[in-house]
Design a protein around this ligand. Structure first.
Ligand code: PMP
Length: 288
């Protein structure tokens, strides 16, 4: 059975799913997106993802979007129709397809909503066992990184640079040599004094949903949790490092720019937090 996608009200085989070439997502990257994990057929932390989506829409003044309740129904329907047990739901809302290519907002144009699912082993992850290697790259993005916009060219180039260097993720770095975040993940370090550090939320980074839960779980374990900028040098010198995202939960980082982090093996606290997150996600899923 082919995978089913959702396009503006219709459930259709993904190979037949189409949007107009005049869609502003295609022409201007004028749209936003979300990605939520599915474990045991249930969406994880979806309220947080939908509230970030609503905020992204507000910040870009994309109006008349389907309600978040409707979007949650579409997501659940796609999971059911595709028989998805573990993986991701991707959804994107653009300012729609007007009759012409004009920069200004079109009048009376309905937003485009598309969604689809992807199968992925999230819990049984090889990268979680082996750890991932990271390179640092300059952060080339625009000034509103708190909006989850589909304008991802800087992240595409960052990720490709990582892959070409034999790494799995790129940590982007601001002009003062402080890490902002990963190309598609939040960056964390654990200092040698056991303080868990990640950059404070601002327009310079995306407020990660996974990060927020991880910070809560870490604090519950008695770890000191600090929100502040950390430099590339501080990261090289960290006891542990890891990244968080809905699609990977928590992955230990074992090297940055070829320098081993800590022992060069997945760190103990990174592993513990991954286990706690999975427990939290599975319990949250069961009770929703
Ligand atoms: N930062 C960036 C740039 C991302 O693309 C992502 C993944 N969406 C994240 C952080 C992590 O966010 P989340 O935990 O909500 O997936």
């Amino acid at each position: 059975m082919p995978d089913i996608a959702y396009v503006n009200g219709a459930y259709i085989p993904i190979a037949e799913a189409r949007v107009s070439i005049l869609d502003r997502g295609f022409l201007f990257a004028d749209g936003v997106y979300e990605v939520a994990a599915v474990i045991d057929g249930r969406l994880i932390d979806n309220e947080a993802h939908l509230s970030r989506l609503a905020r992204s829409l507000r910040e870009l003044r994309i109006e008349n979007s389907p309600s978040m309740t409707h979007i949650a129904e579409v997501e659940a329907e796609l999971v059911a129709r595709n028989g998805l047990s573990e993986g991701l739901v991707y959804l994107q809302i653009t300012r729609g397809a007007a009759s012409d290519r004009d920069f200004g907002f079109p009048q009376d144009t309905a937003p485009t909503l598309v969604a689809f699912t992807q199968r992925k082993n999230i819990i049984a992850s090889i990268a979680a066992d082996t750890g991932v290697n990271v390179i640092t790259v300059p952060d080339l993005r625009w000034a509103r990184r708190d909006i989850k916009s589909v304008a991802l060219l800087a992240q595409v180039l960052a990720k490709q640079a990582a892959l070409e260097a034999g790494c799995q993720e790129a940590w982007m770095v601001d002009r003062d040599s402080f890490v902002t975040e990963g190309s598609s993940s939040t960056a964390f370090i654990l200092t040698k004094t056991d303080v868990l550090v990640t950059r404070a939320n601002s327009a310079e980074i995306l407020p990660g949903c996974t990060r927020k839960v991880v910070q809560t779980l870490a604090a519950r374990e008695g770890l000191m949790v600090e929100e502040r900028s950390f430099s590339v040098d501080e990261a090289y010198d960290a006891k542990e490092a890891f990244l968080t995202s809905a699609s990977n939960l928590i992955l230990p980082v074992i090297s940055i720019d070829g320098r081993a982090i800590g022992s060069g093996k997945p760190g103990e606290k990174s592993g513990l937090l991954r286990t706690l997150y999975i427990e939290w996600a599975t319990n949250a899923a069961q009770s929703s």
